[in-house]
Design a protein around this ligand. Structure first.
Ligand SMILES: Nc1ncnc2c1ncn2[C@@H]1O[C@H](COP(=O)(O)OP(=O)(O)O)[C@@H](O)[C@H]1O
Ligand SMILES: N[C@@H](CCOP(=O)(O)O)C(=O)O
Length: 322
């Protein structure tokens, strides 16, 4: 994550007094991540992550996100558990922000995922979809086509600062993608941001999934499309068919795709690339230079969009259609 909000030792000590975690031993801001402010804490009770929810997280959605983590953990998906305060609540307030304490997960995220990692993440994604199927709360995806338009309206006037001609190109993408966007595919709770930095591995196996703050109800295959974008492209934006085939086979080993889902993959991948390009573009243009956050390059996702635009059939992603 990033650090947008600084906290003092005194206010942190007072905040932690509400939790059964023992005395504070140390804390430090975590530079990784984008959305919220995260701190790694050590107390007499162990290691924890403290998250202060920032601009894109609506406080009203926190019971959904934190409840989902507890639900998934009960179903055997390794993810952080929110720590309950002595009054039973999981959501507190620190430095004027909604804040929560969650358990620390061991493991490392893969800077250079291999096909084997892609297979494991495909399996883990399908397992997550199945485990979340009976979670009783729902949350609309704020970043589906309606939300994209809102981001685009705020950014398009400056898009050509990133690359000349980008405004025109993205306008044309919007028209195409929204015209054919599917609505009748299997849906459920999706992670919606399952990038390599949100999946921890130990000994080649997934040891934990983090960062549920975009989770929502949407098309299950859209989550797969997001993973293809995040896991299966190389630095030069070439699509790695071996990784794509492994991720899709891993997913299908747990939950086989319906033919209509496989058919929709090129459009879903294009829409997902547009969605991540838009949040990156928005951040690129609005995050102040001093913030402790790594801004992500919107052009990486413009290049993925261009790739998906020329895909003629889902088999080009490596899907095994029986
Ligand atoms: N439960 C956790 N256990 C271990 N590390 C974590 C945990 N949650 C977050 N982190 C660390 O914090 C970083 C940012 O967390 P993340 O939830 O991705 O933030 P953001 O929502 O701001 O993107 C992660 O890359 C990881 O290094
Ligand atoms: N995965 C997104 C940004 C969100 O960052 P995360 O740290 O919350 O995963 C992107 O790469 O654009």
């Amino acid at each position: 994550m990033a650090v947008y909000t600084d906290i003092s030792e005194e206010e942190l000590g007072a905040f932690l007094g509400e939790y059964p975690v023992g005395e504070l031993l140390s804390y430090k801001g975590i530079a990784e991540g984008t959305e919220n402010s995260n701190y790694l804490l050590h107390t007499f009770g162990g290691a924890f992550i403290l998250t202060l929810y920032e601009r894109r997280v609506d406080k009203a959605d926190l019971p959904f996100f934190l409840g989902l983590m507890e639900h998934l953990a009960r179903k055997g998906v390794t993810c952080p558990l929110p720590v309950h305060r002595r009054d039973g609540q999981t959501i507190g307030e620190l430095a004027g922000r909604p804040a929560a304490l969650i358990t620390f997960l061991e493991g490392m995220w893969m800077r250079r995922p291999t096909p084997q990692h892609c297979r494991e993440v495909g399996k883990a994604l399908a397992g997550l979809h199945q485990a979340a199927a009976d979670f009783p709360l729902t949350r609309k995806n704020a970043l589906s086509p309606g939300g994209w338009m809102h981001l685009w309206e705020g950014a398009k006037g400056r898009a050509d600062e990133v690359e000349p001609g980008l405004e025109r190109e993205v306008e044309a993408e919007f028209a195409e993608i929204t015209r054919y966007w599917p609505t009748d595919l299997p849906s459920g709770i999706i992670h919606a941001d399952l990038f390599p930095d949100n999946v921890f591995f130990l000994g080649g196996k997934v040891s934990g999934i983090i960062d549920f703050y975009f989770a929502c109800n949407d098309l299950l295959a859209y989550d797969i499309a997001t993973c293809l974008n995040a896991w299966c492209f190389e630095k030069d934006t070439s699509y790695n068919l071996t990784k794509g085939a492994a991720l899709l086979a891993g997913y299908q080993s747990v939950r086989p795709l319906e033919p209509s889902e496989a058919e929709a993959l090129p459009l879903l991948a294009r829409g997902s690339a547009l969605r991540f390009m838009l949040t990156r573009l928005h951040d690129w243009l609005t995050i102040p230079d001093g913030a402790l956050v790594n801004k992500r390059d919107p052009m990486e996702y413009v290049r993925r969009l261009r790739f998906h635009r020329q895909v003629a059939a889902p088999t080009e992603y490596g899907i095994d259609i029986a």
